[in-house]
Design a protein around this ligand. Structure first.
Ligand SMILES: NC(=O)c1ccc[n+]([C@@H]2O[C@H](COP(=O)([O-])OP(=O)(O)OC[C@H]3O[C@@H](n4cnc5c(N)ncnc54)[C@H](OP(=O)(O)O)[C@@H]3O)[C@@H](O)[C@H]2O)c1
Length: 249
């Protein structure tokens, strides 16, 4: 049975990846901070899909948490989903610097270190895949969040180029707005986000897995968002920022 390690596996997109991969008969390693929630998620997945599920409580913003997950990855996994992430309440430059740095640790340092921990085993076995969850925000300039996700896209493409030619795949996943706990946790006012822009986590994961199988290096699920990213390329950065800062404060 192949094994998948998913960070941020207890809610939203991570939980959707866990359901999808369990249905595909992967053994799972679930990472998040809340131990009780991890145990509950593991029980539900075992019961529903009959797969092996390990839980690995870890805070990816800490050295201890990162070392724990790196050490599990050194044992070998077939698929790594670097999904854990969050938005900080408030707007730049009013967000406390320690919160911004925490975001960079989870969105960038953890993605870098966990990728580096998983890759050698995958290259040795000449198979495996890494999905780094970025965001459509990566293509627009909108504070530390979008900057960190732009890093994820650029890093994933660079890493994919570096392993190019082998059967190891690395893909950045760039969803638009998805109904998860993300916005509430970030105290975001979502009233300005039009209904048609909301995606379902299971649909995003389905398209991501299809794009991964196709060998894409950057996946932007849903035609609506493919169009937004394509049009965005022709819009001046200043206009992009003005529009994007009005949607979802
Ligand atoms: N929802 C959207 O509209 C959207 C759009 C584009 C991209 N994304 C990206 O998608 C990813 C998943 O977000 P989501 O929307 O599914 O959010 P979510 O529903 O809030 O779930 C976040 C998950 O990450 C875990 N997590 C948060 N901080 C962590 C830390 N320091 N260490 C370990 N685990 C941590 C949470 O569990 P614990 O709290 O127990 O740790 C939870 O399992 C993120 O990278 C986000 O930036 C989301």
């Amino acid at each position: 049975m192949p094994t998948a390690l998913i960070t941020g596996a207890t809610a939203g997109l991570g939980a959707a990846f866990a359901r999808r991969l369990a249905a595909d008969a992967y053994s799972l390693v679930l990472v998040a901070r809340d131990e009780l929630r991890l145990a509950k998620a593991a029980d539900q997945l075992k019961l529903r899909y009959g797969v092996n599920v390990e839980v690995l409580p870890a805070d990816l913003a800490t050295e201890e948490g990162l070392a724990k997950v790196e050490s599990r990855l050194h044992e070998g996994v077939d698929l790594l989903v670097n999904n854990a992430g969050f938005g900080n309440p408030g707007a730049f430059p009013h967000v406390p610097v320690e919160h911004e740095v925490r975001m960079l640790k989870v969105h960038c340092e953890a993605v870098l270190r966990l990728t580096l921990a998983a890759l050698p085993g995958m290259r040795e076995r000449e198979r495996g895949a890494i999905v780094n969850v970025a965001s459509v925000a990566a293509f627009f300039a909108r504070s530390t969040y979008s900057a960190s996700k732009a890093w994820v896209v650029n890093f994933s493409e660079s890493a994919a180029n570096a392993v190019g030619g082998s059967r190891v795949r690395i893909m950045a996943l760039c969803p638009g707005f998805v109904r998860t706990e993300f916005h509430q946790r970030a105290s975001m006012d979502t009233s300005g986000i039009p209904g048609f822009l909301w995606l379902k986590a299971d649909d995003v994961v389905r398209e991501a897995m299809r794009d991964l199988a196709l060998g894409k290096r950057v996946s932007v699920p849903d035609l609506r968002y493919k169009a937004i990213v394509a049009v965005g390329r022709f819009v001046p950065r200043s206009v992009q920022s003005m529009v994007s800062s009005r949607i979802g404060r």
